[in-house]
Ligand binder design. Structure first.
Ligand code: DGY
Length: 329
């Protein structure tokens, strides 16, 4: 039997997963984002061997305060909030939750595609506000989604789930740009001949919808800028379901205001929660969502379960299923 270790839960876990941890280890729950729990979180760091949570910057200074830390289990697939080089230098294992959220995030991205092109939120508000006083005319028509070309920036598991919806469900030709072409024959045979690896400039120029699903790293930060927006088809719709800071938000606003982009659907922002002062919050052609990509009951539970299993395995000296390769930074 594994010796009990000290575990810090830094974002609430479902009761059944917390119970699994408590059965094996001494668990402290303290969310540093809550003023009432912040001191307890920092006090616990000195002794913890395992941490589990998400959406909090675990930077180099925080790691210094946790000298006994062996493993962090993130309840997320993205790991941009962790000081990866410091984790690598200290030999601290980082686990995450790939695979279990792909279909749900793809659903969210498709909701944004549909909402922006068919003006769903704007027209629902028209009804709600009592402004539906005649048959709607051309000024309120949207654009078709089916049959249009979808361009994907990033073609990992989630990108492929989006491509399946587009190609198989909506008859959309799919172009994707990724560092390397994906071997569809082995990874996604159903997309063979339907999703084409395409040079960035051609993909941007040909796509009616450009969907960004990029992780945040030094090479992708601010990558989607005025230059890329200018290369998009005039009147294209831009969707971001990856990370907000991959986009230069001032350039995005300029592209919307100039008419280069018809609309944007955004689940992620450079700063979250989105500041009140951000023009993206109220822009009439932006559909903003509060980072709900994976936020369904089923998927958030599956993520918590995988993250808990990862942590229990790591603390037992076993290899967890989903270890992030911090050396690949
Ligand atoms: C992730 O898992 O990285 C998603 O963005 C949800 O936070």
């Amino acid at each position: 039997m594994t010796a009990r270790k000290k575990v810090l839960v830094f974002r609430e876990l479902p009761d059944d997963q917390l119970a699994r941890l408590e059965a094996a280890h001494d668990v402290k729950v303290a969310n540093p984002k809550l003023p009432t729990q912040r001191d307890a979180f920092h006090a616990a760091l000195a002794e913890v061997q395992g941490m589990i949570g998400s959406s909090y910057p675990v930077d180099a200074a925080l790691l210094v305060a946790a000298p006994k830390l062996e493993v962090i289990s993130s309840v997320s697939v993205g790991v941009d909030n962790y000081a990866l080089d410091a984790l690598q230098a200290r030999g601290i294992m980082l686990c995450h939750t790939p695979g279990v959220l792909d279909e749900t995030v793809a659903d969210t991205v498709f909701a944004l595609l549909m909402a922006t092109s068919r003006r769903v939120v704007e027209l629902a508000n028209l009804v709600r506000e009592g402004r539906w006083d005649k048959n709607i005319g051309e000024d309120l028509f949207g654009f078709d989604v089916h049959g249009k070309t979808l361009g994907l920036l990033g073609f990992g598991r989630i990108g492929q789930a989006i491509a399946r919806r587009a190609a198989l469900g909506f008859g959309m030709p799919v172009r994707y740009h990724a560092r390397r072409p994906v071997d569809l024959a082995t990874q996604a045979p159903e997309l063979q001949g339907k999703a084409l690896h395409t040079a960035l400039d051609a993909m941007l120029a040909e796509s009616d919808f450009v969907v960004a699903m990029l992780p945040l790293s030094a090479s992708t930060r601010g990558m989607i800028d005025a230059d890329l927006f200018a290369q998009m088809k005039p009147g294209a719709i831009f969707i971001n379901g990856g990370r907000g800071a991959t986009v230069n938000e001032d350039d995005l606003l300029a592209a919307l205001d100039s008419g280069q982009l018809l609309a944007a659907g955004l689940d992620v922002f450079a700063k979250e929660p989105l500041p009140m002062a951000s023009a993206l919050r109220t822009h009439p052609r932006v559909t903003p969502l509060p980072h709900i990509g994976s936020a369904t009951h089923e998927t958030r539970h599956a993520m918590a379960e995988l993250a808990t299993t990862n942590l229990l395995r790591a603390l037992a000296g076993e290899r967890p299923a989903a270890v992030y390769d911090t050396a690949a930074v």
